[in-house]
Ligand binder design. Sequence first.
Ligand SMILES: [Fe+2]
Length: 255
Amino acid sequence: MIALISDIHANIEALTVVMEDINKQNVDTIFCLGDVIGYGPNPRECIEIVRNCSEFTLCGNHEEAVLFSAQDFNVKARRAIDWTRDQLNSDKYDQEENYELWDFLGELRKKVKDESVLYVHASPRQPTREYVLPKDIKDQNKMESIFMEFENCGVCFCGHTHIPGVFTDDLKFEYSRNLGNRFEISSYPGKKLINVGSVGQPRDGDNRASYVLFDVENQIIEWKRLPYDYKKTMEKIRAVDDLADYLAVRLEEGR
Ligand SMILES: [Fe+2]
């Protein structure tokens, strides 16, 4: 069993609840699809947990922004990125400790592929950046081009939009909740792009943390939704001037 986590966004309360749940399952390995940091108040702590627990972590757009440039982020998101960068450089910690965090970020890969499954943060054609949203099923060119990039894989897992569900190559999308949070890979013969949802900032109207259990042997996917103490995270966000208030509000609303 593989646990797939993504878009933690420095939310330690959500990550802790998810890790506790993963420890109760029959999980052999954890893959993290990126955006461990950005938006939230605990970037160092979240990197530390993910670094120690996951077999690999992919580079998300927030890692890319902290490492290189946040030019294409909006003003408030950029301010959060600058604050995050300061936290990782903080002189309250040992320089060695800071270097370890930066080394981890610097070594993240953009894509991982095993025999039949591709893992990306955002989309197969732009692995750190492109948003594939439910409304995109109407954009035939975009979706066909994305499915062409699957590199001989039938399944691609992603995060990035924070909206859990399945895109199929007949240009349909189903929210995970409409699937009863369960999907059998063999139930659809074509290619599928599966979004695992977000641990630390869900945006599908459900404020519970989301992650996926991937039963490799039986090829079954289950989305787990877990309540966590988002009020505590909201308080911490509101205590930091550089983290905009809407970053707190959206945790409560799940949007
Ligand atoms: Fe994200």
